[in-house]
Design a protein around this ligand. Structure first.
Ligand SMILES: [Mn+2]
Length: 325
C-alpha cells in the first residue's frame, strides 16, 4: 500500500470515528472476497459500538451463509435511518452496486475500499490498492489500524475473503504478507478446516449433475489448446440446478494439460449467451472479451453474445483462434 493509500485509510478512520450510522453494501454477483470483507468490517465496527447496517445488492449465494454475521445482511429500507458513511468493498465501479447505487448520493461520505486496478475512484475516500491479493487484506489492515482486536468471527470472514480471491493462496497476487495475515488468523483460533469444508467440499447433488451433463459438450480446438463447454437452460432444468451452479466448472476444464484458453458458454436466454474465458500462461483473455464489449483481467474475463449458443460458440472460438495461433 503506497503513501497516498495509507493517507486515505487514515482519513477514513477519522470519518468512521466521527460518525455513527454506517452502511456497508455488497456488489452484484457477490463473491467470497466481497461478502467476507463486508462482514469482517461490519463485525469490527460493531465492536466499537457503531450503528452498522449491512446491505445486499443482489441474491447472496447459499454457500456463504455459514459466515458469522451473514444473517444480518438485509435489503435497504428507509427505516434504517440516515446514512452517515457508506462503505463499499471490492467494487470496481458504481454500477456494480445495482439498486444500491442510488444510496451513494444519500450518504454524507462514501468510502471505497478495493483492489481492482480498474477501480473508478468513485468514493470521497478511495482506499484502492491493486497490489493487495484481496480486498480482505485491506480490511485486515484497516481493522488493525483502528486498534480493534481481531476475533474468530471477524477472522473467519477475513480468511474466506482472502482464500477465495487467491485460489486458496495460489495466484500470482499472493505475497508473504498474505501468508502472515493468514498465520495470525490461525493463531487466534480461526477454524480454517471447517471453513474450507464449507467453501470447497460442499457441492450439491444438483451442481454435480450439471457438471456431469455439461462435460458431455466439451470441444477442443487448435491442438487441444482451446476448450469450450456449454450450459443450456435445458441442462439446468434436467439437473434441477441454477446457473450459479456453473461456478467452478471453468477452472476445472482449464486444468486439462494442453489447454491454454478455457471458454464456458451459458445460455441465459435463447439469444443471450454469457461467455466466461480463462487462460493459463500466454493469452490475454481480456483482449478477446473486449472485442465483444466485455472485459476483465488477463487470466479471467467475460462477455456476452446475442445469438444462439451454437453461433456464439463459433464466433468466440474464431476470435480465440486468432490469438492462440
Ligand atoms: Mn476481490
Amino acid at each position: 500500500m503506497n503513501k497516498s493509500t495509507n493517507h486515505q485509510m487514515d482519513e477514513a478512520i477519522k470519518l468512521i470515528l466521527q460518525y455513527n450510522n454506517i452502511f456497508i453494501a455488497s456488489h452484484i454477483n457477490p463473491d467470497g472476497d466481497n461478502i467476507g470483507s463486508m462482514l469482517a468490517i461490519s463485525l469490527a465496527l460493531r465492536k466499537i459500538n457503531k450503528n452498522v447496517s449491512v446491505l445486499k445488492s443482489d441474491v447472496l449465494p447459499e454457500d456463504f451463509m455459514f459466515l458469522p454475521g451473514s444473517h444480518d445482511i438485509q435489503e435497504y429500507k428507509e427505516e434504517l435511518g440516515p446514512i452517515d458513511i457508506f462503505i463499499v468493498v471490492d467494487c470496481s465501479d458504481e454500477d456494480r452496486l445495482g439498486n444500491n447505487k442510488a444510496l451513494l448520493s444519500n450518504a454524507k461520505k462514501v468510502i471505497n475500499i478495493d483492489h481492482h486496478i480498474s477501480n473508478t475512484m468513485f468514493g470521497d475516500l478511495n482506499i484502492v490498492d491493486p497490489k493487495s491479493a484481496a480486498t480482505g487484506e485491506l480490511i485486515y489492515k484497516l481493522i488493525k489500524k483502528m486498534g480493534i482486536s481481531l476475533d474468530i468471527d471477524i477472522g473467519s470472514n477475513l480468511y474466506t475473503a482472502i482464500s477465495t480471491d487467491t485460489g486458496k493462496f495460489s495466484y500470482e497476487s499472493v505475497t508473504s504478507r498474505t501468508h502472515r495475515i493468514i498465520a495470525e488468523l490461525i493463531d487466534i483460533g480461526v477454524d480454517f478446516n471447517t471453513i474450507n469444508l464449507n467453501l470447497y467440499e460442499n457441492m450439491s447433488i444438483e451442481k454435480t449433475k450439471l457438471f456431469i451433463q455439461s462435460l458431455s459438450t466439451l470441444k477442443f480446438y487448435e491442438g487441444n489448446s482451446i476448450v469450450t463447454l456449454k450450459i443450456t437452460k435445458e441442462m439446468l432444468k434436467h439437473a434441477g440446478a441454477k446457473m450459479e451452479d456453473a461456478e467452478g466448472i471453468i477452472s476445472f476444464i482449464r486444468k486439462i494439460e494442453s489447454v491454454e484458453v478455457a471458454c464456458v458458454l451459458k445460455e441465459i436466454e435463447m439469444n443471450n449467451i454469457k461467455i466466461s474465458l480463462r487462460s493459463k500462461r500466454d493469452v490475454d483473455v481480456a483482449l478477446i472479451a473486449q472485442s465483444f464489449d466485455g472485459g476483465g483481467h488477463i487470466r479471467a474475463a467475460g462477455c456476452s453474445i446475442n445469438s444462439n449458443i451454437e453461433e456464439a460458440e463459433k464466433e468466440i472460438v474464431g476470435k480465440i483462434r486468432e490469438v492462440v495461433r
